[in-house]
Design a protein around this ligand. Structure first.
Ligand code: F6P
Length: 324
């Protein structure tokens, strides 16, 4: 096979396991006698021609590290046709044949636009803690984020129990309920407040009172951050004002994006990375790597361009049922 330069980048919010994907992509490309080119700082780096050839040793000892070796960005300029033209000029100047993108739905749309406007071969991998990409059951980093939040909430429960307290614990998910629901179920939360839902105060109060009747003196509510991180403080205030219920708030924030990836994230990122290289080397149109029915598959990229809400009414119902 002719030796070609294939670029790779990480884009959007970083997620644990991105490094495993970078390693798998780089090494698979080298294994197939191709030249991997790392792009520094996502689409911003693409605009600036921030490229460097990667050797096998460059991606050694990163499997266990959170963050992304290639760093990342959210580029407003790349979201414009002019920005993408600039990026394409850089790719042409460096004789780069194709691009592998690890990121969320915004990064997917950017990659798809490069294909549509410039016919650049692109392949995407799902990398976001939010697990909110259409058509895939799993996104790299989600398991680690859930594990991190779960461990934090277990600790908070210790102090909630000691003080007979109500806690609102806010997890990430601007538009996605996925972390909140999984963590809610794993930590025995009374209820989960989804990102787009109106807060059902009466339901919260009834849950607290029901618990008290059976001698339970502490309660945990998991709140997805929604459009405004810190919304839990409004909930806390309203509960005090209207129902005279005292509570505490803990915002877990960016701690959920860091840390060493779990085995699930390392395993899937590695398999997905190798699959992305396979799709690039046998290119037949832009593809997204996904997990469907537990298998790593590829599908046409345009099928994945919507954002999924991560909402799951069955899990929410179960959380309520088994917290009685
Ligand atoms: O990467 C996804 C995510 O972590 C969301 O859950 C969160 O709302 C958002 O990124 C925060 O973005 P930033 O780090 O740019 O504030």
């Amino acid at each position: 096979m002719e030796k070609k330069k294939i670029a790779l980048l990480t884009s959007g919010g970083d997620s644990p396991g991105m490094n495993c994907a970078i390693r798998a992509i780089t090494r698979s490309l080298l294994f197939h006698n191709q030249q991997p080119i790392g792009v520094d700082r996502g689409y911003s780096g693409l605009l600036e021609g921030n490229f460097r050839p990667l050797k096998a040793a460059d991606v050694g000892n990163i499997l266990q590290l959170g963050g992304t070796l290639l760093r990342t960005s959210r580029s407003a300029e790349f979201a414009t046709p002019e920005g993408r033209q600039k990026a394409m000029d850089q790719l042409k100047q460096h004789n780069i044949h194709g691009l592998i993108v690890i990121g969320g739905d915004g990064s997917y749309r950017g990659a798809h636009a490069l294909w549509q406007e410039h016919q650049l071969p692109v392949i995407t991998l799902p990398g976001t803690i939010d697990n909110d990409i259409e058509q895939t059951e799993y996104t790299i980093g989600h398991d680690t984020a859930v594990q991190t939040a779960m461990e934090a909430i277990d600790r908070i429960r210790d102090t909630a129990l000691s003080h007979d307290r109500v806690f609102f614990i806010e997890v990430m998910g601007r538009n996605s309920s996925a972390i909140a629901l999984k963590v809610g179920l794993c930590t025995g939360a009374e209820n989960v407040i989804e990102p787009h839902a109106d807060v059902a105060y009466q339901e919260i109060v009834s849950g607290i009172e029901r618990g008290m009747k059976r001698g339970k003196v502490h309660s945990i509510f998991v709140v997805a951050e929604g459009q405004k991180a810190g919304r839990s403080y409004e909930i806390q205030e309203k509960l005090m004002q209207d129902y005279q219920i005292d509570s505490r708030v803990c915002i877990l924030g960016h701690i959920q994006r860091g840390g060493s990836p779990t085995a699930v994230d390392r395993y899937l990122a590695s398999i997905m990375g190798a699959k992305a290289v396979d799709c690039m080397l046998n290119f037949s149109g832009p593809k997204a790597i996904a997990m469907q029915a537990g298998q790593v598959v590829h599908l046409p990229l345009e099928k994945c361009l919507q954002k999924s809400s991560g909402s799951d009414s069955k899990t929410l119902q179960l959380i309520k049922e088994i917290s009685i």
